[in-house]
Ligand binder design. Structure first.
Ligand SMILES: *Cc1c(COP(=O)(O)O)cnc(C)c1O
Length: 416
């Protein structure tokens, strides 16, 4: 039975899979089972942040797996404590506390629980808990019932009603649309600094500043979903700081690049005081309010520690800034009718495509068509919606690899 046949027979068909069978990878390169070599600018969708099988990461996992793979959160886990310290002190740089989960959707579910609990602590004027959360159209927060309900895309929620109640969807970079959704029972705003799945759409500095002011005015939590954008990808340790300086979020979620390929998610909660009794926001989720059997286990934390240490020591956020500039300059110089613009920041870049410049087979979007052709030509990428091709190389991608990828993209676009 071939791999494809086994998928057909035994795996739920929740993904439209491309017929590539990866067999090994190293750095920015990936090989399929026939030995064909690819440059990987998909990286498991922004997961392999320091490249495939980075020696530092592989060694950390091997050593931890031989020493202590798992133990319960009933005990003190040194790796977990050190990873939390590193996230707070070296990355967020705002006093706060961290929880560890296994995925991005779970991290966002944690943020939703935090917001609800906060809304119970600081209720509305009528004494009722505040339970409504504002998120954005075209957002993506994950596939669990909670994260899916936060996601502002009808297609993702279709057929699963009733979804979790209390979500209201505003429009990115339209502060009036957010103000319209605020009621006495709103407790939080959750958004991605740059929408990844939704098409690589960036929040503007003005919008983020206006949101912070609104949150202050209405006693709402400002929560960032940095699952795709966090830890250097946008050219800054923190995604929101790559867009605007001087605002402070209340909570942030991460996953994807944090483990470099090992599954781990996390969220951070600000230590700031939320009511008259010196009660900290980071105390809202107290003993027995949340948990995860695997979350923050020794193996996952060893992996994430290796990744975050490597990002810092090799200054990979700076490389993201540098490579963004090189990619933008080159694509800008092509003047091709197929390309409308380049969006995004750092190494989360979206090439906007002109559908008129594509001759499409039925059922194919420009982004899918281009992604498949690039794959044939030896470059792995990923679509972000129907008309955006996303580039997500590892944060340590070299000049030479970027140049190679750009040559492939240029050739394929010209040949369309
Ligand atoms: C991928 C993603 C998620 C979901 O993460 P999973 O690990 O797949 O659950 C949530 N938010 C954003 C912004 C993402 O890109």
């Amino acid at each position: 039975m071939t791999t494809s046949d086994k998928f057909q027979q035994y795996v739920l068909p929740t993904y439209g899979r491309i017929p590539i069978i990866p067999s090994k990878a190293s750095g920015t390169k990936l090989w399929d089972e026939n030995g064909k070599e690819y440059l990987d600018f998909c990286t498991g969708i922004a997961v392999c942040s320091i490249g495939h099988c980075h020696p530092r990461l592989t060694k950390a996992i091997q050593e931890q797996a031989e020493t202590l793979m798992h133990c319960s959160n009933l005990y003190l886990i040194p790796n977990q404590a050190e990873l939390a310290r590193m996230i707070v002190e070296d990355y967020v740089k705002i006093p706060g506390k961290v929880f560890f989960s296994n995925s991005g959707a779970e991290a966002n579910d944690g943020l939703i629980k935090l917001a609800r609990k906060f809304g119970h602590h600081n209720p509305a004027a009528d004494g009722k808990p505040r339970t409504e959360i504002i998120t954005l159209d075209m957002s993506f927060h994950g596939r669990t019932l909670g994260a899916m309900s936060a996601t502002g895309q009808a297609s993702i929620q279709a057929g699963f009603s009733p979804i979790l109640s209390g979500f209201h969807y505003a429009i990115l970079n339209d502060i009036e649309s957010v103000i319209e959704k605020i009621s006495d029972h709103t407790c939080a705003i959750l958004l991605e600094p740059i929408q990844g799945e939704g098409g690589v759409n960036a929040a503007t500095p003005e919008f983020l500043t206006q949101l912070k002011d609104l949150c202050k005015k209405h006693d709402l939590l400002l929560m960032f979903d940095e699952v795709q954008t966090g830890f250097g990808r946008l050219g800054n340790d923190m995604a929101w700081r790559a867009i605007v300086d001087g605002i402070e979020p209340d909570a942030i979620s991460w996953a994807k690049g944090l483990g470099g390929g090992f599954p781990i998610g996390s969220f951070w909660v600000n230590d700031r005081v939320i009511n008259d009794e010196d009660f900290a926001l980071s105390s809202v989720l107290g003993n027995k309010t949340h948990g995860s059997t695997y979350g923050g286990n020794p193996l996952a934390c060893a992996a994430a520690l290796a990744v975050l240490t490597e990002i810092k020591e090799s200054n990979l956020a700076a490389n993201a800034v540098n490579q963004e500039q090189r990619i933008r300059e080159t694509i800008g110089s092509w003047n091709l009718p197929q390309v409308s613009e380049v969006r995004g920041k750092g190494l989360l870049l979206g090439i906007g495509l002109n559908p008129e410049a594509f001759h499409l087979m039925e059922g194919k979007t420009p982004a899918l068509e281009l992604m498949l052709r690039l794959g044939d030509a030896g470059l792995l990428t990923v679509a972000a919606g129907p008309e955006t091709l996303r580039l997500l190389p590892p944060l340590n991608v070299t000049d030479e690899e970027v140049d190679q990828a750009l040559v492939i993209i240029h050739e394929v676009l010209k040949g369309l």
